[in-house]
Design a protein around this ligand. Structure first.
Ligand code: HEC
Length: 180
């Protein structure tokens, strides 16, 4: 009985796999391949939201508990190193960028078309912007989330934040994740 159940579920799994690959397999040669499934995009978006929560919660915790004056290692600097490490290991690409026009580090600004478009929308009050893109035949989810001034301490090193409206996005985190 156990054997039959196993055999059955294996068959079901095989069908599911075959079904999943039909879209690409049936596309006529030379035609544009179908994009990723909605379920795959939803899963990737959920991962972005989880990462965003982890990164932001950690930045706030570190700033709250370990950054006391301008000579302490800012969470921003620690996370730039963390983000480089995530990229090097092939997990995902992520950047912390400025939206005020006065970045601490000139590198940290919106660079490509997606980031420039998303920056505008975040400044207009959106909290999350996303786009599915194709790179070398593989689908990726680009996403950008708002960074508001969460505490007075931020202003210690970023004096321009003092002029920001409460809750307004002064920065953003930009993500590029493969859609699997
Ligand atoms: C102790 C000083 C210090 C504090 C406090 C600090 N930052 Fe930063 N921040 C920096 C430095 C330095 C960088 C540049 C990091 C890099 O690229 O190496 C940076 C970078 C950033 C960036 C990327 C854009 C830019 O300006 O380069 C954002 C957004 C940012 N910080 C937001 C915040 C927020 C929000 C807070 C409060 C939770 C905060 N920072 C607190 C020093 C600080």
């Amino acid at each position: 009985m156990l054997k039959i159940v196993t055999a059955l579920s294996t068959t079901a799994l095989l069908f599911a796999l075959v079904e999943g690959s039909f879209v690409a397999a049936e596309a006529p040669p030379g035609s544009k391949q179908a994009g990723p499934s909605k379920a795959a995009v939803d899963r990737t978006r959920k991962t972005v939201k989880m990462l965003d929560d982890i990164y932001k919660s950690a930045i706030v915790l570190i700033t709250e508990n370990y950054v006391n004056d301008e000579n302490d290692l800012p969470a921003g600097s620690a996370f730039v190193a963390l983000f480089q490490s995530m990229d090097k290991k092939g997990w995902h690409k992520v950047r912390l960028i400025d939206l005020t026009g006065e970045p601490y580090e000139p590198e940290n600004v919106a660079k490509d078309d997606f980031e420039k478009q998303a920056a505008k929308q975040l400044k207009d009050g959106k909290a999350f912007v996303e786009q599915v893109v194709d790179k070398d035949g593989k689908p990726y989810l680009r996403a950008m989330t708002a960074v508001p001034v969460v505490m007075q301490k931020c202003v210690m090193c970023h004096p321009q934040y003092a002029n920001a409206k409460k809750g307004a996005a002064i920065g953003a985190i930009s993500y590029t994740l493969p859609i699997e």
